[in-house]
Ligand binder design. Structure first.
Ligand SMILES: [Zn+2]
Ligand SMILES: [Zn+2]
Length: 326
């Protein structure tokens, strides 16, 4: 198999040829058709997330075809198309797993961080953490596996409000905006000041308003979800939500949140974070995405150009999501 491998934090990935891995008990071997590039991959490469397993093959928005089954696996079957997300394995017995919060498992395994991921031609995954997909376009489906899933979990934590602000209009927001519209909510899209391309995409996807993140929306928001890894957005979003409104931080890493006056939090405004996902989130979202007619905007890179895809994501050089295709 071929893979793009991270050996040292902060260094480019290197292309390597290895023997294809074998699936162990309860695992499957998947031939990767497409793997989207997530901002979390940048955080792994840059060392914002501590203690990755090194060397590691990044990538956790994987779509591929099951090629072989390890001992004891009956589902999914060989030749089935599956999606593999960030949550690679949970212990099943800690207090969090036992209470339906496996996203907070004490000893989790994460795809592309503590086990090899999808920047490769093949990947081995835990069969219980791979999801059958009925889609026929693997490139279009790949961004659903993290941008979509984490967006969905963020929206459930944001609550039932009608007016939803999305800060950072990249891969996650462009999917979530479509889900919000389908649910009858109003979307307010916040981008870097002057990023008219992202604002145009937001309006095209049905946003009621799009503007710079320093701007005040035309109406007070019921909730805001922050996808950009910028702590300074937290007080801005608090300023934009109504009394009792909620600000949800959807990213795994964020720069420091600046000091802000208590009056921004007063009146029962709330700040929450979203960590990982549960398998139920994936089952729910992968059912809803086709019903909502979610269409992803993608930029395709050959696997060997993973470093270019990461650099372009860092610089905000494309709309929607980058997808690696072996
Ligand atoms: Zn991700
Ligand atoms: Zn656990």
């Amino acid at each position: 198999m071929k893979a793009m491998v991270l050996h040292t934090i902060g260094q480019p990935l290197t292309l390597e040829t290895r023997a294809a891995p074998r699936p162990g008990p309860d695992e499957i071997l998947v031939r990767v058709e497409a793997c989207a590039v997530c901002r979390t991959d940048l955080h792994v490469v840059d060392g914002d997330l501590t203690n990755p397993r090194l060397p590691i093959i990044p990538g956790h928005e994987i779509v591929g075809i099951v090629e072989a089954l390890g001992a004891g696996v009956t589902e999914p079957a060989v030749d089935m198309r599956v999606g593999i997300p960030w949550l690679g394995h949970t212990c099943g017995h800690c207090a969090y797993c036992a209470s339906g919060a496996e996203n907070l498992c004490d000893t989790p395994v994460f795809t592309g961080y503590t086990r090899d991921g999808g920047f490769a031609t093949h990947v081995v995954a835990d069969a219980a953490f791979a999801f059958p997909l009925t889609v026929d376009d693997p490139v279009a489906a790949a961004p659903l596996m993290c941008a979509g899933l984490i967006g969905w979990r963020s929206l459930s934590i944001a609550g039932e409000g009608r007016r939803i602000g999305l800060y950072g209009f990249g891969a996650a927001a462009h999917i979530l905006a479509q889900v919000c519209r389908w649910q009858g909510r109003d979307v307010y899209a916040f981008t870097r000041a002057g990023d008219t391309a992202a604002q145009d995409l937001a309006l095209k996807l049905g946003a009621r308003w799009a503007g710079g993140s320093e701007e005040a929306p035309p109406e007070q928001l019921d909730a805001a979800i922050i996808f950009a890894p910028v702590g300074a957005l937290v007080p801005l979003a608090l300023r934009a939500v109504r009394k009792g409104g909620r600000v949800v931080c959807g990213g795994i890493h964020m720069s420091d949140i600046p000091q802000f006056p208590y009056s921004l939090l007063w009146e029962e405004r709330q700040i929450a974070s979203v960590a990982n996902l549960t398998r139920q989130n994936a089952i729910d979202f992968l059912t809803i995405a086709p019903q909502a007619g979610v269409k992803t905007t993608t930029t395709v890179y050959p696997l060997e150009r993973a470093n270019d895809a990461l650099a372009d994501l860092r610089a905000g050089r494309f709309q929607g999501a980058a997808v690696l295709v072996p």
